[in-house]
Write a protein that binds this ligand. Sequence first.
Ligand SMILES: Cc1cc2nc3c(=O)[nH]c(=O)nc-3n(C[C@H](O)[C@H](O)[C@H](O)COP(=O)(O)OP(=O)(O)OC[C@H]3O[C@@H](n4cnc5c(N)ncnc54)[C@H](O)[C@@H]3O)c2cc1C
Length: 417
Amino acid sequence: MKTAEHGAMVIIGAGQCGARTAQALRENGWEGEVTLLGNEGIAPYDRPPLSKAVLLGQKSAAQCALYDDAFYRDNRIDLRVDAPVTAIDRVERRVVLGEGRTVSYRRLLIATGAQPRSLPVPGATLAGVHVLRSVPDALSIVDELQPGRRIAVVGAGFIGLEVAASAIARGCEVVVIEVAARALMRAVPEIVAGYLIERHRQMGVEVRFATQVDRILGDSRVSGLKLADGTTLQCDAVIVGIGVTPRTALAEAAGIDVADGIAVDDTLRTNDPYIFAAGDVCSFPHRLFRRRIRLECWKNAEDHARLVARNMLEYGETYSAVPRFWSDQYDMTIQIAGLPAFGATSVVRETGSASKVFFALDGDGVLVGASGVGQTGEIAREVRIAQELIARRARVEPDVLADRSTKLKSLLTAEAL
Ligand SMILES: Cc1cc2nc3c(=O)[nH]c(=O)nc-3n(C[C@H](O)[C@H](O)[C@H](O)COP(=O)(O)OP(=O)(O)OC[C@H]3O[C@@H](n4cnc5c(N)ncnc54)[C@H](O)[C@@H]3O)c2cc1C
């Protein structure tokens, strides 16, 4: 067992959280080695544009890069994009790469993200069936979105709905199939999901709830779907957006605790004091929601990166940021603060002719979430102030939240618990 403090700061996963952590280590004055190990063959990039601007043809994959080459060179970040980590040796404090190569770590961050679930039905491996997580996934889907083609989207979560909106904009016919009785089950209350789905239907998307895909039809390439209710749908391509699974295999094999993601404490440290986990791959206790949560969003990966870098340097700070998420569909922006799905009651505030903010209160009347839907300029301020109220665990009267003439800012004086 090693005792001396030596070796590099090593990060497994050259994704958003990994790259931002490398940057934050430098910003916090770490002068030693930083090794960033990736397995995608390309430098870290932003994933949110993949389902929006990239599918719409407004942005190239190269334009999604988080940094240019000079950044890694100037910051002395040893970025290796073809370096899949195959094992973590906790006794020797080193990670194992292919062909038996190893890298010793002083502190290790696991930021391996999450992988899309595939559809567990016959035909799921036919050509024309796609998931969307990476640049190659997005480029394959771009090829499918030709005008007039019929695209089936499986799953009415954020990725599925963004793909549906992009496909409509490219002149495709789109059908969305969702096993639940409504969209966005894990993310927002029914009223918010209903509002969004209404818009999708207005734009021409056919949405089918409470049914699932029994099999994907086709010989070598997809030609249709057979649904559990007996319906057969013809389609030219299938995009599967049924959620993601945290990539925990390395951690599990190394005996690191896992609980719906790598289980970290509120400093993002695992049960091994030398190993941290952050971003989509970890679950962490959240003070505000009084439970362990796992988030799959850009802002969380950013905030985790900033904090975990400091804690790898032994600052010992705790994480309690209010979750933030956004999505773009058609000309609508969706901005979310907190965890609206944890609400028991919904309150709607009209903030513009086509903009609303939906507030979510828990059983004690504490504000736990806000979902703004509409034009950025008409929702952003309300959602930002709601974020502060959520951070204070403020109790707010529903009629005050609904009343557009009450300035939300005045509620910041509301009694905090
Ligand atoms: C299409 C799409 C659209 C999105 N849109 C939004 C949005 O609008 N708003 C929002 O808030 N969030 C959005 N997100 C979510 C956001 O992008 C993620 O939350 C964020 O990327 C998480 O960052 P991460 O670093 O934890 O994981 P990732 O970005 O997944 O990075 C993990 C990296 O680790 C690598 N890796 C895994 N195993 C190994 C190994 N053994 N060795 C080496 N490397 C490994 C992976 O290949 C990957 O490169 C979107 C995600 C996708 C896919």
